[in-house]
Design a protein around this ligand. Structure first.
Ligand code: ADP
Ligand code: MG
Length: 350
């Protein structure tokens, strides 16, 4: 029987390789609860009660609302079996934090539900490191979860706090608002297309694109800075046009998008000048970007330029909200283009 104490002993007194070996040996006996103790239990910093009981307990701060969101990653669907487990741990939490960013919420805690085909100590050690590094960077407690045997599947639920009535919603965009995106779009999809064998690009560009796909950066500082400034926001997980459509629908408005303003620095860089049509597909409907798309009134332009600097986040104005009830795409000359781009849908897209 491997006790938690024994596992911690191994972690403290042997080097990483020997530690993995020792753990692999011990894990012949390791069950569900030893696994949780070894890889996923830490003293909770902010929770009243963390991992170990039937429920976690969370103390709500006065004047704050809880923002809660879940995202699931399924092997073969959201990631390849060959992915570096540390990156996978990072991404599983990052995509969830991105939803909190889109609401302007501050991350506080998360729950981790895991289905694992087997107990592989070195994999779990790397995977949990990826999670802990990002969780620590945002002072976010792991307060519970569930662990079962099954096809590899990672489901995280995040809890954040946002001052009451200041959450950024999809439903607040107003006619006349500007439309913005953070960062650069299309890089993650560029890497995916290379993995799928549909595109060939120089190796060093691929490495950068792959990092954008496997290690996305949730725009938390920007989301929080946009409280009281942005009228609506969403994070871009399924492609810009699809996620912007959610804002337009919820706000009962339309928009014009200047497609020339939406660029992938990697796809358009001199190292790999991809055809314009490919670049447009990557940036407009690529997906997996985890950037923010948001709307704000014209009088907020100076504020937004300021918070781009203060949060170290590139921000580009890409269009305008109107009352057309449609999403119109304009080319670099301002002519309307056919919208042939499909956003990602798990039951329609490949
Ligand atoms: P229950 O059977 O009551 O649902 P479990 O026995 O499954 O609880 O889990 C025991 C404790 O370990 C609980 O506090 C649960 O939240 C926590 N837990 C289970 N799996 C994980 C995990 N992957 N990461 C973090 N905490 C976990
Ligand atoms: Mg229980």
């Amino acid at each position: 029987m491997v006790t938690p104490e024994l596992s911690h002993f191994a972690l403290r007194f042997v080097g990483p390789d020997a530690m993995h070996f020792a753990l692999e040996v011990m894990l012949g006996f390791m069950g569900e609860f030893d696994l949780i103790e070894t890889f996923f239990k830490r003293p909770a910093r902010n929770a009243t009660l963390g991992v170990g009981d039937d429920c976690a307990l969370w103390p709500l701060s006065t004047g704050q609302q809880l923002a809660i969101s879940s995202d699931m990653l399924v092997e073969g669907r959201h990631f390849l079996s060959t992915v570096n487990p540390r990156f996978l741990g990072h991404k599983a939490l990052a995509v969830n934090l991105s939803d909190l960013a889109a609401c302007g919420a501050e991350p506080k805690a998360f729950m981790l539900a895991l289905a694992l085909p087997e107990v592989n100590a070195s994999w779990l050690s790397e995977f949990s490191k990826g999670i802990w590094d990002l969780a620590d960077a945002h002072h976010c407690d792991l307060i519970g979860g569930d662990t079962t045997r099954g096809p590899l599947n990672i489901c995280i639920t995040v809890l954040g706090e946002v001052p009451a009535h200041l959450a950024l919603l999809r439903s607040g965009a107003k006619v006349g608002d500007d439309i913005y995106v953070s960062g650069h779009l299309g890089d993650a999809r560029l890497a995916l297309e290379v993995f799928r064998g549909r595109l060939t690009i120089p190796q060093n560009v691929f490495e950068q694109a792959r990092l954008r796909m496997e290690m996305p950066t949730p725009r938390l500082a920007l989301g929080q800075a946009l409280r009281g400034i942005a009228t609506a926001a969403a994070d871009i997980s399924d492609g810009l046009l699809g996620d912007l459509q959610h804002i337009l629908k919820a706000s009962h408005v339309g928009a014009d998008i200047d497609t020339a303003m939406v660029v992938s620095t990697l796809a358009s860089g001199f190292m790999c000048n991809l055809p314009l049509a490919t670049q447009r597909m990557l940036t407009l409907s690529g997906g997996d970007d985890y950037e923010l798309v948001f709307t704000a009134p014209e009088h907020a332009r100076a504020d937004i330029a300021g918070l781009s600097v203060s949060t170290h986040t590139p921000i580009t104005r890409i269009g305008k909200v109107n009352d057309s009830q449609q999403l119109r795409l304009l080319d670099s000359e301002g002519h309307a283009m056919r919208n042939e781009f499909e956003s990602f849908d798990h039951f329609k897209s490949d």
